[in-house]
Write a protein that binds this ligand. Sequence first.
Ligand SMILES: Nc1nc2c(ncn2[C@@H]2O[C@H](COP(=O)(O)OP(=O)(O)OP(=O)(O)O)[C@@H](O)[C@H]2O)c(=O)[nH]1
Length: 218
Amino acid sequence: MLQQAGALLPEAEPYSEAWLQGIMDALCDLSSKDALTGLVNRRSFEMALAREVDRVARSGEPALLLVLDIDHFKAVNDTYGHAAGDLVIQAVAGALNQVVRPMDTVARVGGEEFAIVLPKCAAGFGATVAERLRERVAELRIEIASGQTLAVTVSLGGAFAPQWVRSSSLLWMERADRQLYRAKAEGRNRACLENQVDSLVSAEEKGMLFAVTQQESE
Ligand SMILES: Nc1nc2c(ncn2[C@@H]2O[C@H](COP(=O)(O)OP(=O)(O)OP(=O)(O)O)[C@@H](O)[C@H]2O)c(=O)[nH]1
């Protein structure tokens, strides 16, 4: 499996304890990481998001979900080729990883789409961190060929997890996605965040809270 995926096999003596451990680590990476960027993949991110939903519901601590999309990325591929597009995706991934805290999870969730979950992120800090990510990407000068560099921008959407409500990661993702659409529609190279956290608990989420309360009272 590892050879088929182009992954390196451990250098230790075959079938030794170190070699088996190396094989297990490499298989874990293969199932949880995106091969192009080394970021967490969509499947693994969805699990991290579900864990965060549970943690927020238990602790009431704020958490922010950001979704990002490279602007006009099709034009990069069409103008400079797919290999240059891949270099752009890798550079953006690296830049995002540099800006966040070790406790945050950065994932590549689609072709030129990324998502970041930021636990314990206070509501007042959301716009600052989103803006810092946007700026960091805009500052990049990505070398796509000798002496040829490209600059790209990203649009971001963000939503805070509803505190004290056992929501679903899917609903959370949908809310962040809506903000991303807004950022694209308003001209790209910007961040749009839901601003009022408490009043944005949807009817569906209230239903989930009710279901939890009912179960707990049985
Ligand atoms: N190089 C490269 N391109 C990819 C990869 N995955 C998806 N793409 C390309 O990403 C492009 C996404 O383009 P669109 O969804 O039209 O969006 P866009 O051009 O970024 O426009 P906006 O999002 O509206 O700003 C498509 O051309 C895909 O072929 C990948 O792994 N590598």
